[in-house]
Design a protein around this ligand. Structure first.
Ligand code: HEM
Ligand SMILES: *[C@@H]1O[C@H](CO)[C@@H](O)[C@H](O)[C@H]1NC(C)=O
Ligand SMILES: *[C@@H]1O[C@H](CO)[C@@H](O)[C@H](O)[C@H]1NC(C)=O
Length: 326
């Protein structure tokens, strides 16, 4: 009866074939909600635009959200889970310092729930709000696939293993991005997100006190010392500097021009110029905003598609702050 060893393996192929086909259908796709919630992308864009008009820096937050959600294991809205019901939020990590506007994510989710309940994932909201934020801030328009599902867990204990620190070496930064398929050119472009937004003094004083970092322009150091007068700033104080004083609300290549003038804010920013691997890309991006935008779009898509949960994996959260109760 068991003499013919070939038969079982043929059976296995027939059993596995439909399974394999199913997996290929579970990829991210363009217009994933075209039937289940046809206006999903428009609703998100409307809400992101409304919020931007009320609080311009929400658009900035959505860009940082994509990095902090997708870089840590998967684009699955694990970032949005709050510390409750036995979960420790990724937002509580030191690396998430300064992240803001999470309450307005609920505004977007509520607008979707009122039109298509339990249909659009929080992970897709993270991704689409980020790309709409980029466009509102004068960055490129990015076509994005959807169909991400939401995690049932937070990765708070391992955030540090994925998100680099503000003073890590460029070698470490490049290897972290490399591990999710983003090359040096893409990494340089993504850091251009620091063209918008702010940095709190706690993340800067290491370059100012007790002595000024020699890679920092002395006049700029004087300016930063005025912004951050204490070597030990109160982390709760809202003391910060902007990366780009000229166009702080525009995602443009002024960031790279500043780096070449040694006016980078974070140590990682400035290291893009000190490191011979990344310097040529900085020079090129400083000279050509279109090239910066093209590279930014390419790397942003790679980041937004890092290891998503799809198909039967994960869930569609009802409330982005909490895992669904079964
Ligand atoms: C090596 C990689 C990175 C490091 C170490 C880093 C670190 C930081 C730090 C320390 C801040 C300031 C937080 C504060 O003091 O309030 C910041 C802000 C910001 N980061 Fe990054 N970042 C990195 C990459 C990225 C990437 C890839 C993006 C998005 C594509 C991004 C988007 C932002 C944005 C938009 C802000 C401003 C947030 C605001 O003003 O609310 N960062 N980052
Ligand atoms: C919806 O999108 C999917 C994937 O792109 C496509 O196969 C399908 O035909 C689309 N349906 C409609 C009604 O556009
Ligand atoms: C990096 O900065 C942190 C504070 O944010 C500090 O504790 C740490 O010692 C610094 N590391 C290096 C290598 O300077």
């Amino acid at each position: 009866m068991f003499a013919n060893k070939k038969l079982p393996s043929i059976f296995f192929i027939f059993l596995l074939l439909p399974l394999l086909l199913q997996f290929s259908y579970a990829d991210l796709q363009f217009n994933f909600y075209n039937e289940s919630c046809p206006r999903a992308e428009e609703i998100i864009k409307e809400e992101v635009t409304k919020l931007y008009k009320q609080h311009g820096n929400t658009a900035i937050s959505w860009i940082r959200n994509l990095f902090h959600d997708c870089m840590v294991k998967s684009c699955d809205a694990s970032l949005l889970l709050e510390s409750k019901y036995g979960i420790l939020s990724e937002q509580a990590s030191d690396r998430s310092f300064g992240m803001r506007n999470f309450k307005y994510m609920e505004t977007i989710k509520n607008a979707l729930e009122s039109q298509c309940s339990m249909t659009v994932s929080c992970a897709d909201i993270v991704a689409l709000s980020a790309r709409d934020g980029v466009a509102l801030l004068g960055g490129p328009h990015i076509e994005m696939k959807t169909g991400r599902k939401d995690s049932r867990e937070s990765y708070a204990p391992v955030v540090d293993e994925f998100i680099p620190n503000h003073n890590d070496t460029m070698a470490l930064v490049l290897s972290r991005f490399q591990s999710i398929g983003i090359d040096a050119e893409g990494t340089v472009a993504l850091l251009g997100a620091h063209s918008v937004g702010r940095v709190h003094c706690v993340n800067l004083v290491g370059r100012l006190y007790p002595t000024v970092d020699p890679t920092l322009d002395p006049d700029h150091a004087e300016y930063l010392k005025r912004r951050c007068p204490s070597p030990e700033p109160d982390p709760k104080a809202v003391q910060y500097a902007r990366n780009d004083l000229e166009t702080p609300m525009v995602l443009d290549n002024v960031y790279y021009k500043h780096l070449l003038e040694h006016k980078g804010l974070l140590l990682v920013d400035q290291q893009l110029v000190s490191d011979p691997t990344t310097l040529p890309f900085v020079t090129k991006m400083a000279a050509d905003n279109g090239y910066f935008h093209d590279q930014f779009s390419r790397a942003f898509l790679l980041l937004s598609e890092n290891n998503p949960l799809t198909g039967d994996e994960g869930e569609i959260r009802k409330d982005c702050r909490y895992v669904n109760k079964d």
